[in-house]
Ligand binder design. Structure first.
Ligand code: NAD
Ligand code: UFG
Length: 342
């Protein structure tokens, strides 16, 4: 049984599909602060399997102890957390409380229940402004906002925990830019309010929910002047979690390093204009846009060196930008208002 915090969210729901399809039992623990239980009904529809769902908050240690014990969980995938960079600047306490304190409570609960295998959602944001591209895992860490610092702090906590107890098996996964949706069109990204991120915004323009896209800057030192990112299909990302879980399980000696830090990206950078063009092709819609000033805190380019993931997990991304856009569009056009039926 795998205990999945934040399993109703965007990446969590796609990972639940892959876990269930691979034969794992899944317990989702989520407070639905940024998700809808409907997502898990859809996961059950896709997989024809049942999820054990418990509504709860990761800052509640006792609640997690109870669920870990009752479910017989042997490993944890920890997605739960807040993730909006701008909001984290406005409300830093909420980010440190939810992300850092929530993780500490989870680790205490795991220790109490002797569950010592953990896959953690970190982010490429821990690198800050890249000194050198592509980003390798040993690049210096210099996050530039409270969200990024919360992920960096959790990483440090996990490394300290591992040094104190080598029975822990931990995979710290640094995601690049997850986009796209499950091929069924039943689950996908469903941001609340105005999307901060590029692909969901473009999707909402294509479906007619928004008039046009603002491109934040066209004067970066990139091939076409717009920002370059390493977009990764959410299904590839989900499969990366399974591979990480399997790699941790295969470590059978406390002498082997079992605290792994791994980039999950494709290694390929695409510009904002590349994404707009690919989305127009996938949706057969025009995406009107205007060039706007740079967004505060944005960097010119960010993409992964994904070699370690291949060497350590035998994982590499398979799906390209066209599939990311086609699957995003399938989800968006079938569910123009996300999980909220209108
Ligand atoms: P999401 O918001 O869709 O999912 C997070 C889930 O956690 C939601 O279902 C939410 O209700 C739940 N949650 C939040 N706080 C909780 C708490 N205290 N207790 C219980 N449940 C709680 O986000 P996502 O895109 O699926 O991201 C999952 C993880 O991956 C996050 O930790 C995020 O920081 C990290 N990450 C995301 C991205 C991205 O671009 N999507 C990039 C890098 C890292
Ligand atoms: N962009 C626009 N217009 C928009 C939204 C975005 O032009 O309306 C541009 C940005 O300026 C950037 C690119 O599109 O050049 C990607 O922006 P996103 O907001 O989609 O993604 P970021 O790379 O800024 O950040 C995301 C997550 C972070 C995570 C990071 C990991 O929001 O939480 O990826 O690399 F840490």
């Amino acid at each position: 049984m795998i205990f999945v915090t934040g399993g109703a969210g965007y990446i969590g729901s796609h990972t639940c599909v892959e876990l269930l399809n691979a034969g794992y039992d899944v317990t989702v623990f989520d407070n639905f602060c940024n998700s809808n239980p409907e997502a898990l009904k859809r996961v059950e529809q896709i997989t024809q399997k049942k999820i054990n769902l418990v509504e709860g908050d990761c800052r509640n240690r006792a609640a997690m102890v109870k669920v870990l014990k009752e479910s017989g969980a042997t490993a944890v995938i920890h997605f739960a957390g807040l993730k909006a960079v701008g909001e984290s600047v406005e409300k830093p306490n909420a980010y440190y409380d939810n992300n850092v304190v929530g993780t500490l409570r989870l680790l205490e609960a795991m220790q109490e229940c002797n569950v010592k295998t953990l896959v953690f959602s970190s982010s490429a944001t821990v690198y800050g402004d890249p000194i050198k591209l592509p980003l390798t895992e040993d690049h210096p860490l210099a996050p530039t906002n409270p969200y990024g610092r919360s992920k960096w702090m959790i990483e440090e906590i996990l490394r300290d925990l591992y040094h104190s107890d080598h029975a822990f098996k931990i995979a710290i996964l640094r995601y690049f830019n997850p986009v796209g949706a499950h091929v069924s069109g039943l689950i996908g990204e469903d941001p609340q309010g105005i999307p901060n991120n590029l692909m969901p915004f473009v999707a909402q323009v294509a479906v007619g929910r928004r008039d046009s896209l603002s491109i934040w800057g066209s004067d970066y030192a990139t091939p076409d002047g717009t920002g370059v990112r390493d977009y990764i299909h959410v299904v590839d990302l989900a499969i990366g979690h399974l591979k990480a879980l399997e790699a941790l399980r295969a470590i059978n000696s406390e002498k082997m390093n079992s605290c792994l830090t791994i980039n999950l990206g494709t290694g390929q950078g695409y510009s904002v204009l590349d994404v707009v063009r690919a989305y127009e092709k996938a949706s057969n819609k025009r995406i009107p846009y205007q060039i706007a000033p740079r967004r505060l805190g944005d960097i010119a380019a960010c993409y992964a060196d994904p070699k370690r993931a291949f060497d350590m997990l035998g994982w590499q991304a398979k799906l390209g930008l066209d599939e990311m856009c086609a699957n995003s569009w399938h989800w968006q056009s079938n569910n123009p208002s996300g999980y909220q039926q209108k």
